[in-house]
Design a protein around this ligand. Sequence first.
Ligand code: ADE
Length: 235
Amino acid sequence: MRFDIITLFPAIFDGYLSQGLLEKAIQRELIDIHRHDLRDWAPPSVHRPVDDKPFGGGPGMLIQVEPTVNCIEKVETMDPRPMRKLLLTPQGRQFDQRMAEEFAESERIGLICGRYEGFDQRVIDILEPEEVSIGDFILNGGETAAMVIVDAVVRLLPGVLGDSQSNIDDSFSRGNRLLEFPQYTRPREFRGHKVPEILLGGNHAAIEKWRDEQSRQRTIQRRSDLLPEEPSSSN
Ligand code: ADE
């Protein structure tokens, strides 16, 4: 799967892409990630500005339409696979595990990262990207949001995780739309806190039942919005 990240700060991704699962997925050619510096598309001048003041007044600066559209149209031609264009903005559809699963089906994703007060509206009108938010808070730019999306999508790709079961058991995931059950490893006891007896007995059916129940209880306590709706009684 190919990712194209369009950003004014490509170096933000250096550490993230050179560690752990991401580094391995790149080395094993399961994914390739290309970063494109929007500033390369600015009209030639000393500082190469890509931002300007909003018409009508108001605080902050906007990223201009011309370098952005030119950059993204060029990036689209760099690979024959069609690029699903996502623009990161707090005004977008809220990202969740179902969207991650859907994006993981794509061959190619473009992540368009805003800065300042965002993009000139014509970027959206012309390119028609899907606008995606990672939550109801304001980040300094779309880069961290893009990393969140890459991270959530990459771990769903075949071959990326060691144990193919682990992204099915995860909270919110396809095999389990509830929160994950608690897990324990050695030692069996620490400061008087014991591992639940049932996990030590090797009765797999009983363990599975206990985990399902823990998962349900946790979800009721913490995130009842995730519970499937009770069928409404017909009267
Ligand atoms: N850019 C700034 N805030 C954001 C958010 N919450 N989600 C996605 N992109 C953003």
